[in-house]
Each structure stands twice: as structure tokens, then as C-alpha cells.
Design a protein. Structure first.
Length: 208
């Protein structure tokens, strides 16, 4: 006989329920945008009662801020993971991160769509998200600055490159191409990646 399934602890059940709510929120935001999502629609999508959603988040504003943080944390973790294997080269790490992001855009992953809609609608319609995105932008910039400074110390990156300025330029290139492709899927993300990769090499490498 198969062994009886181990019963989950209360903490594990709570964690699983929260995960289901976050995944449902990301799906709804990616599909309909943050403004159309309600606590009731989230509960239905996640398979939990509206009362439980309300107990966890209290308001739609709290729900959106929590979901926004979850989306951005997921992106940060995945970008870091995409860089694994290139720890010996700052420039190759940046190229790997670019490839991962643009591939996600091309696939129109729910995470890409949720981030895009939260950013675009948050700027004008959900101002409480602006602080979250400012913090995230700085966090991603800091990660790139750390890479570049490490590359400069290792002699890979030109010493006259401003790491902070390049970090925001790099982020802007990726998000710009991503936004263009989401609006018009004839925008060639592969060609754009080649251009971004070439820019990284030409601007950063001491060998260029």
C-alpha cells in the first residue's frame, strides 16, 4: 500500500493559500490590468473565499502593493539566476540578463505582462505603487553597478565608464524594447538583443 500522504501543517496551508492568491493576482493583472482586479475576482481565481482575501490584504491598495512587490522580487531572483555561469565576466552576465528578459517578453509571460501593466497604469492611476517601483529601479540599478564595479576592478570594464549612468541606460534599453514589442510583436527582439549585446561590448570592454 502507498504510504498515507503527510498532512500539511497550518503554516504550510497558510503559505500555500498565500501563494495561490499571489499567482491568481499576477494572472488577473496580466490579463485585465490592476484597475479591473477586485478582491472578489481574486478570491474566485485563487479558489478561496472573498473574506479570506479581505482578511489577508484588507484593501485593494494593499493587495496591489503586495502583489507588485512579489512581481518585482520574482524578477530580481530570475535575473540573478539568469546570470549564473557568467560570474567570471561582467559583460557576459549583462548579456545573459538581456537575453533572459527579452525572451520573457517574446513569450509574453504573465510576469512580464503583470509588471508592464503595473508600471504603466501605476504611474497615473495607482500612485501608491510609485514608491515601490522607485525602490525596485534602484535595486536593479545597484545590482548592475555592483557588476560593473567588479568588472572595473578585474580590468574587464573601462575605468572611465560611469556605472550608475550605464545601469539606467541598460535598464532603459531593455524596457524600451520590451514595451515596443508588447505593443507591436513585429518588433524583432532578437535583432534588438544583438544590438544591446554589441553596445555592452563596445561601451564597456577594455578590449573594444
Amino acid at each position: 500500500m502507498p504510504a498515507p500522504e503527510k498532512r500539511r501543517t497550518q503554516a504550510e496551508r497558510i503559505e500555500a493559500t498565500e501563494e495561490a492568491m499571489y499567482m491568481a493576482a499576477i494572472k488577473l493583472i496580466a490579463r485585465d490590468g490592476p484597475n479591473k482586479m477586485t478582491l472578489a475576482s481574486l478570491g474566485k481565481e485563487a479558489g478561496v473565499s472573498p473574506g479570506l482575501v479581505n482578511h489577508r490584504f484588507g484593501s485593494k491598495s494593499n493587495l496591489l502593493q503586495a502583489t507588485c512587490m512579489r512581481v518585482l522580487e520574482e524578477w530580481t531572483n530570475m535575473l540573478r539566476e539568469s546570470a549564473v555561469g557568467h560570474s567570471d565576466s561582467c559583460i557576459e552576465t549583462l548579456k545573459s540578463m538581456s537575453r533572459f528578459y527579452l525572451d520573457s517578453v517574446a513569450k509574453r509571460s504573465e510576469l512580464v505582462l503583470a509588471q508592464s501593466r503595473l508600471m504603466s497604469e501605476g504611474r497615473s492611476l495607482i500612485p501608491e505603487l510609485l514608491t515601490t517601483f522607485r525602490k525596485y529601479n534602484r535595486q536593479i540599478s545597484d545590482m548592475i553597478v555592483e557588476l560593473l564595479e567588479s568588472g572595473q576592478k578585474a580590468g574587464e570594464v573601462k575605468t572611465d565608464v560611469d556605472p550608475r549612468a550605464f545601469s539606467y541606460t541598460f535598464i532603459g534599453m531593455l524596457r524600451g524594447v520590451g514595451s515596443l514589442h508588447l505593443i507591436d510583436n513585429t518588433v524583432d527582439v532578437d535583432a534588438a538583443f544583438d544590438m544591446i549585446a554589441n553596445t555592452c561590448t563596445q561601451v564597456l570592454s577594455v578590449k573594444a
